[in-house]
Ligand binder design. Structure first.
Ligand code: NAD
Length: 469
């Protein structure tokens, strides 16, 4: 459904009214178009810790082909960048800002004590106003749980407060994320940086991502515009809404998609599959025989590389008014069936080594929601499943992660009464709902063969929704 308020708030008359009344002013978000550069502008780099992180960053920027600038408090970046073959220069002079930039990347891995926090202040104080619209902020830190001293863990945990606040302050479609990189996992950051710095992450903000040692091999795609080339990807609930966008996005990124939905949705399913050159598979995943049918289909197809559990249902009622069968139905489709399918596909080897499982949770599962006890249990359960399964599936070289969408413009949210729909749309740092493609892009990042260092993560695609913040 189109959000007419975005156009109005950005028109001549609308902008004046919106400013005068102090109403939210959503910025039309830049979204990724196939073949466009990862970053449309310069990246300003600051901070700096151990050389491994800066060297890894320089390598990524060199491969991305982006120009970088060194904040005046990080002069050593010029040497590191030049060594990697990057065009680079100095930014700022005695606290006076330099040119406008598209992204700010701050290496905070070197912070070991709260008394060093003014390094954050100086960089972001100087640079915040120099970020172009739809800009990107990425802060790199060390996971507090793995820090060697309480003081290091303290300041590293503090970085969450910084990025979450920046996400709220930046406005104009910009976002900010924190990436905790485990020591020794610096070489795993490329797929994450490419996602976070590009318009693919348009509706992801204030998220905390953890990157660790690779699960299986980290395979850099031959062509980063087609990271899923040669991969077979199952997408459930693919006949419409977010699932159709996921199927299209995976196909755009080079995958052969097996698009699954219930037999009643066969017509829409066939259309999606035809449009993307994929395969339609009509199956009710809630049926007892579904896991074995999927194992058989995958084996007959030579094995699958990625499974995206998108199919989900709501049957809303307050708990006092809810019938038992509605509780059971939601729990089965949204959660239990995914557990059974994962176990069957992983144990049988039908999901190949190096495979990826990506689940779809919801901010209802993070924050709870009135009238959605069944749905919230199922979606919070997805988070539990992802976190508990990650170390077990890692033994088979398989990662498992989840996205938790906020308000996404779909037929489901179009049916919500006007006042509640408007609240859902505006109560986030982007002052607008997300598009199905925003969820799909985040799933594509998890699904990439280069995302071997990411498992057990749950990332919200919610524009930094105030609900459940
Ligand atoms: P949707 O209702 O438009 O699509 C869901 C699809 O899943 C449908 O095509 C449906 O036929 C299919 N499906 C349902 N039960 C199935 C079964 N037993 N077997 C096979 N397929 C089945 O919903 P959507 O808005 O596109 O949501 C997709 C996912 O995103 C869901 O898991 C939903 O909970 C989640 N989500 C959506 C939003 C949002 O704002 N739209 C927010 C948070 C989470």
């Amino acid at each position: 459904m189109k959000d007419g308020y975005i156009d109005f708030a950005n028109s001549n008359v609308g902008a004046k009214l919106v400013n005068a009344l102090g109403l939210p002013k959503p910025m039309p978000l830049e979204r990724y178009q196939a073949g466009q550069p990862v970053v449309k502008g310069t990246v300003l780099v600051g901070g700096g810790g151990e050389p491994q992180m800066l060297e890894a960053l320089a390598g990524v920027f060199q491969r991305i082909g982006v120009q970088t600038l060194a904040h005046e408090r990080l002069p050593q970046w010029v040497a590191v960048a030049n060594k990697a073959g990057l065009t680079t220069g100095r930014w700022g002079n005695n606290g006076q800002p330099g040119e406008k930039v598209k992204a700010l990347v701050f290496d905070a891995t070197g912070l070991t004590d709260s008394t060093q926090s003014d390094a954050l202040y100086w960089f972001f104080h100087d640079a915040a106003r120099s970020l172009l619209p739809c800009g990107r902020v990425v802060v790199l830190g060390r996971p507090p749980e793995a820090c060697t001293s309480p003081r290091q863990a303290t300041i590293q945990r503090g970085l969450e407060g910084l990025t979450r606040s920046l996400g709220k302050e930046l406005k104009k479609g910009s976002n900010a994320q924190l990436v905790y990189v485990a020591e020794g996992a610096e070489s795993q950051v490329e797929s994450t940086l490419r996602f976070l710095l590009s318009p693919r992450s348009a509706y992801v903000s204030a998220q905390v991502i953890r990157i660790g040692a690779p699960v299986g091999d980290n395979v850099a795609p031959a062509n980063w515009d087609q990271p899923l080339a040669g991969k077979k990807v199952l997408v459930t609930g693919a006949s419409r809404g977010i699932g159709a966008a996921i199927a299209e996005c995976m196909a755009r990124d080079g995958a052969h998609v097996i698009a699954l939905d219930v037999p009643q949705a066969q017509e829409g399913l066939n259309e999606v599959a035809k449009q993307i050159g994929g395969t339609a598979l009509a199956l009710d995943i809630g049926s007892p025989e579904a896991p074995q049918k999927l194992v058989d289909a995958a084996k007959a197809d030579g094995g699958w590389d990625v499974v995206v559990h998108n199919a989900g249902i709501t049957r809303d009622k307050t708990i006092a008014n809810m019938k038992e069968h509605l509780w059971q139905l939601v729990m089965n489709v949204n959660l239990s069936t995914q557990e059974r399918i994962n176990e069957a596909l992983v144990e049988s080897g039908a999901l190949k080594t190096g495979g990826r499982i990506v689940c779809v949770s919801s901010i209802s599962g993070v924050a709870g929601n009135m009238g959605q006890t069944n749905y919230a249990v199922s979606k919070a359960g997805v988070v539990g499943m992802v976190q508990a399964s990650a170390p077990i599936f890692a033994e088979k070289g398989i990662t498992i992660n989840a996205v938790a969408p906020g308000f996404i413009e779909t037929a489901m949210t179009a049916a919500i009464p006007f006042a509640i729909r408007e609240a859902g749309r505006r109560m986030n740092s982007m002052s607008q709902g997300g598009q199905p493609i925003d969820v799909a892009e985040a799933i594509g990042w998890f699904a990439s063969p280069a995302s071997a260092g990411i498992t057990g993560n749950v990332i919200r695609v919610c524009g930094q929704s105030l609900i459940g913040a």
